[in-house]
Design a protein around this ligand. Structure first.
Ligand code: PMP
Length: 412
């Protein structure tokens, strides 16, 4: 087991510091959060946020179905519900997952408060302090926060343009085992990964599953962006190939993040533990929100709505890639996502994107520095830029401003 974080001693700033649990040492404030408040000003083009653009949602349809929900099913929707989640919604979730080739039974689905809570519950169920979770390098900052919060050690394995690299995974597993630590699971985002936008190829998916099977390692497949690909057909999920995979889904990107409805699909023994963990965390996921999602799926052409969203995001992706091509210095490289929200931009080694951020904000553009997506301090010369929220014109202007800041930085 590795050294666990030390408990802080009390100070005049925080008189309670010596009473907190050791795990709070892993709960750190984002160093760039303060700047994001500045970046939210209207004159700044924010390429930082990952907020879904829900402007095309039919608010009249949503409003009518919520009113109808209260009037016709209020006593159920406004009451406590089961810890596993609404049975009707769990059936609908199975239909959603069928689009990615998953055949699942509603009994094996647990509804969660966003897929963020699903990451938390899986970690709570599997990880003791010092256990290892293998994550892509880079990986989703919100999941890294959960793993740190449970005092796990994150071991990274590299990603390239085809997704997680099989021999990097194998190496991470072997070296972790050699150090006497337990690998509890691999956390992967195979589709339009946050933060790189990269998608794992079909061949890699099979290889990664084979490696995990051979080493007896669970796979946690986090897939909030799977239906937001710019190709016609969603790619088959890893869970479609292997029923031992724990799969996480969400309605945040395809409907509403404000309702906080996501889910986990897991082998039944694990699912039972997840339900117990869910009951102790929240008693039950919110029935009202679940039934609102369920009504939306029943009353609206949700697949048509997702198609519209994909077209909007594709146009924004195109605007970003065109602007990068037109404005970025030749020494910069970037990923070319075919779905989701994000591009990963890498600058020449030696440029520190975190140190550069205040200068970018002064130039009225914001991004997320790369280091937040690594548990080990890497990523200094990279950044995540997202195209989901600003208009194509603003994206182009934002990239133009960013290129100017980078050029000036390269001359320093
Ligand atoms: N996983 C990934 C990869 C994400 O990008 C996000 C949202 N940014 C989440 C999980 C959490 O999403 P939610 O809780 O809204 O479902």
């Amino acid at each position: 087991m590795t050294d666990l974080p030390q408990r802080a001693t009390s100070s005049r700033l925080d008189p309670y510091a010596d009473r907190y649990a050791a795990r709070t040492a892993g709960m750190t404030v984002s160093e760039v959060r303060a700047l994001f408040a500045v970046a939210a000003r209207p004159e700044v083009v924010s390429l930082a946020g990952g907020m879904p653009n829900i402007s095309s949602l039919p608010l009249d349809v949503v409003g009518d179905s919520i009113k109808d929900l209260v009037l016709s099913q209020g006593p159920t929707a406004l009451q406590y519900g089961g810890g596993q989640g609404d049975p009707v919604l769990r059936e609908q979730i199975c239909e959603v997952m069928r689009l990615e080739g998953i055949e699942a039974h509603p009994d094996d689905v647990v509804v969660t408060v966003g897929s963020q809570q699903a990451v938390d519950l899986v970690t709570r169920v599997f990880c003791d302090p010092g256990d290892v979770v293998i994550c892509e390098a880079p990986s989703y900052v919100g999941a890294l926060g959960v793993f740190k919060g449970y005092q796990c050690d994150v071991v990274h394995a590299e990603v390239d343009s085809e997704g997680l690299i099989p021999h990097a995974l194998e190496q991470a597993i072997v070296s972790t085992k050699a150090s006497g630590r337990k690998v509890k699971f691999l956390y992967t985002i195979p589709n339009f990964q946050n933060p790189t936008g990269v998608t794992m190829t079909a061949e890699r998916r099979t290889q990664i599953l084979e490696i995990c099977r051979r080493h007896d390692i669970l796979v946690l497949e986090d897939n909030p962006y799977g239906l937001l690909g710019f190709d016609d057909e969603p790619r088959p999920a890893m869970r479609a190939q292997d029923p031992g995979v724990i799969y996480l889904g969400s309605f945040s990107k395809t409907f509403s993040p404000g309702l906080r409805v996501g889910w986990a699909l897991a082998p039944s023994a694990i699912r039972e533990k997840l339900v117990l963990a869910q009951e102790s965390a929240t008693l039950c996921p919110p029935p009202f929100n679940q039934m609102a999602v369920s009504a939306y799926l029943s009353n609206h052409d949700w697949q048509g709505q997702i198609k519209e969203m994909r077209e909007m995001y594709r146009e924004r992706r195109d605007a970003m890639l065109d602007a990068l091509e037109d404005y970025m210095p030749a020494a910069c490289t970037w990923t070319k996502p075919d779905g989701g929200f994000f591009v990963w931009l890498t600058l020449p080694a030696g440029i520190d994107c975190k140190a550069m951020l205040p200068r970018a904000v002064t130039a009225r553009v914001a991004y997320v520095p790369g280091t937040g997506f690594f548990a080990d301090g890497f990523g200094a010369s990279s950044m995540r830029i997202s195209y989901c929220y600003p208009t194509p014109e603003r994206i182009r202007e934002g990239v133009r401003r960013l290129a100017g800041v980078i050029e000036a930085e390269m001359e320093l």
